[in-house]
Design a protein. Structure first.
Length: 434
């Protein structure tokens, strides 16, 4: 038989209309509490309901101290209440407390989520919406190609995968900044926005059906939530095996591009997962890295290209490709690689003449069971790569020679025209290799 904790910490959801947002049970627990924990705004909103002598703790900037405050109150057999905003289990404090205390020590009394209220204001169904929180420290303006460490990265990714988004904002990561993210990602014509400010307060304001271009130039109240919904059908791009003509390429000669057949085999040999971290070294037109980005929607691709013209072409392809998990850098490897996270998969399309050292550095950084795939068209580079791998321990490797032939018209018939042969060298770091 389950025995409930006789003195749990009550986690009570509160809205900005104060007492009116609480049911009789929650209000009675608040009024009888000996210890009350909450943010400065919430404590000020509800302080008239506190009993005389109640101890108050402002958790603003002191989240790590909250579990100890709760433990101390319970150890002294004091009634403890934590005031949260809306639903404490929806990007709220309750999961944090459960992790640092235990579920049995908590009694959660949820309220309506501010997101739910905002949807009700404009009549937007939310059962299939994605909730994203950018309620964090200042993330700075979004730039195309930003890394996963950026505070708006999860939102940028979500806009590619979901038709409806409900966003918890912050004064820094504001609706106008979110709108500028959409414009930067080429999604300004694909979504409409609603901004609901100061919910349940006299100055409440609902701004519905804003275009991102409009919202990007506006200013909003500090307390708000944002709703996004797609107004154009989402693209259904080919994820794997794109034709070479889908990519911008250097003209008049066509390159640098890894041809479709070689690209397909190379991507297959990379053994990508949905969340793989991928390096693309010598990105050229960006074809391999950009296809990898589509194959790893929860991962990220870091690409580097030393040639200015090819860097610009890869940037054009990135802009046209509709991915937010791809970062392109101008430089010559191994420059910048020390700022990238350890990879699950690495593709080398060009080495700039420092192949042996580059291979050694990559193998040292590969995660267990990580894969390195290299494409070569010269015997010298092939010899350097195989000799370097042969001298390493804990590495399994193989070489594949691939030569495709494509049909070409000749009069009313067709002939087969051979492409240049390519050697694909694949190396895998064994899981037990430290």
């Amino acid at each position: 038989m389950e025995i409930k904790d006789p003195n749990p910490c009550r986690v009570i959801g509160v809205l900005d209309d104060g007492v009116a947002s609480l049911n009789a049970t929650a209000l009675a627990l608040l009024r009888s509490a000996d210890v009350i924990i909450g943010g400065a705004r919430t404590l000020a909103l509800m302080e008239r309901e506190f009993k005389a002598g109640a101890v108050c703790h402002d958790l603003t900037g002191k989240l790590k101290e909250v579990p100890e405050w709760v433990r101390a109150a319970r150890a002294d057999n004091l009634a403890c209440v934590v005031l949260a905003t809306g639903d404490p289990l929806c990007h709220g404090i309750a999961p944090y407390l459960a992790q640092h205390l235990c579920v049995e020590a908590l009694d959660i009394l949820p309220n309506l989520s501010t997101l739910q209220l905002a949807c009700a204001r404009i009549g937007l169904a939310w059962q299939d919406a994605r909730i994203v929180s950018v309620h964090a420290k200042d993330a700075g303006e979004w730039q195309r190609g930003a890394r996963p460490s950026h505070g708006l990265y999860a939102l940028a990714q979500a806009t590619r995968q979901h038709a409806r988004l409900l966003i918890l904002t912050s004064p820094d990561n504001s609706p106008d900044r979110i709108a500028r993210l959409l414009v930067a990602e080429g999604l300004g014509d694909d979504f409409l926005m609603a901004v609901v400010e100061n919910l349940l307060q006299p100055e409440e304001r609902v701004l519905a059906e804003l275009t991102p271009q409009q919202a990007a130039e506006m200013k909003f109240a500090a307390l708000n939530v944002v709703l996004l919904w797609r107004i154009t059908p989402a693209a259904r791009p080919v994820r794997f095996g794109l034709a070479d003509t889908e990519f911008a390429q250097r003209q008049p000669e066509k390159g640098l591009i890894t041809k479709q057949e070689v690209r397909a085999v190379s991507l297959a040999r990379l053994q990508l997962h949905a969340d793989s971290v991928v390096w693309d070294i010598g990105a050229g037109s960006g074809s391999v890295g950009l296809e990898a980005a589509r194959l790893c929607p929860q991962g990220h691709v870091y690409a580097i290209e030393k040639n200015d013209a090819d860097f610009g072409i890869a940037g054009q392809n990135h802009a046209a490709f509709g991915v937010s998990n791809y970062s392109l850098h101008l430089g010559k490897a191994p420059e910048q690689l020390d700022t990238w996270p350890d990879p699950d998969a690495v593709f080398i399309g060009g080495s700039g003449g420092e192949l042996a050292g580059l291979i050694a550095g990559i193998i040292a950084r590969l995660r267990p069971n990580g894969t390195l795939v290299m494409n070569f068209v010269t015997l010298e580079n092939l010899a350097t790569a195989t000799a370097t791998l042969q001298a390493m321990e804990g590495i399994s490797w193989d070489v594949l020679q691939l030569q495709a032939a494509r049909s070409k018209p000749i009069l009313h018939m067709h002939r087969m025209a051979a492409e240049n042969p390519v050697w694909i060298v694949c190396a895998r770091r064994e899981a037990n290799n430290d």
